[in-house]
Design a protein around this ligand. Structure first.
Ligand code: AP5
Ligand code: MG
Length: 216
């Protein structure tokens, strides 16, 4: 299956993509995770991306498109993939269309996770992430997150630098201006489904499964 998950920052894209990736055995491709690995390893890409990410702005299209183009041609994407956080602009979506056309592939479904802005601001301050395996937690639902230890690999959990309230507000503004138009773009293609992201994680997962025709 070739899937895309869209939604505001903190809507739960990464959480649902990780669950689906495990269930379907296809890679979870998060451009945000790719940038964060590069920032951690202090690569030239990381140094460039950091300037934008820390301000809640988008990394330039030509940089992001090049990364995804390379990633989609890797062998593990042969049976499908889950895109999380890409595309984020109409030019990125158009580039993805041409990449997939060249590969003789098409997207099966775009899932839009819907969450109100005020919930997002409260939610992101409680997020903890694993810098080693990218697992995502919330202090309100995970004892391990409160202890600061990753359940999967025992690494010390961290708070993302862009989860500071002022950066979250900028990320939301960027989302509404640059990324929200993608909802109409994919509605127009007839492949968009909306799921509620304000309920329990399990309830969102159940809606996702239903939209994709998957068993629990
Ligand atoms: P990215 O890493 O993609 O960040 P984002 O889109 O802002 O989204 P998040 O990762 O913050 O949230 P999420 O929707 O994955 O939610 P999560 O599952 O973690 O991008 C970071 C930056 O990189 C961007 O700002 C930009 O600068 C740059 N970038 C990335 N892609 C780019 C592109 N294509 N073009 C240009 N620049 C790009 O969940 C959030 C929290 O909520 C967690 O604590 C989780 O446990 C909890 N949670 C999840 N679901 C629920 C639920 N149903 N109920 C309650 N809590 C929940
Ligand atoms: Mg994410």
């Amino acid at each position: 299956m070739r899937l895309m998950i869209i939604g505001a920052p903190g809507a739960g894209k990464g959480t649902q993509a990780a669950i689906l990736s495990k269930k379907l055995g296809i890679p979870h491709i998060s451009t945000g995770d790719i940038f964060r690995i590069n920032i951690k390893n202090e690569t030239p890409l990381g140094q460039l991306a950091k300037q934008y990410i820390d301000n809640g702005a988008l990394v330039p299209d030509e940089v992001t498109i090049g990364i995804v183009k390379g990633r989609l041609t890797e062998p593990d994407c042969g049976n499908g993939f889950i895109l999380d956080g890409f595309p984020r602009t109409i030019p990125q979506a158009e580039s993805l269309d041409s990449m997939l056309r060249e590969m003789d592939q098409k997207l099966d479904k775009v899932l839009n996770i819907v969450v109100d802005d005020d919930v997002i601001i409260r939610r992101l301050t409680g997020r903890r992430v694993c810098p080693e395996c990218n697992a995502i937690y919330h202090i309100s639902t995970s004892e391990k997150a409160r202890e600061g230890v990753c359940e999967s690999c025992s690494a010390k959990l961290i708070q993302r630098e862009d989860d500071r309230e002022e950066t979250v507000i900028n990320r939301l503004k960027t989302y509404h201006i640059q990324t929200e138009p993608l909802i109409s773009y994919y509605k127009g293609k007839g492949i968009l489904s909306e799921v509620h992201g304000q309920c329990l994680v399990e309830d969102t997962t159940a809606e996702v499964n239903k939209e994709l025709g998957l068993k629990e």
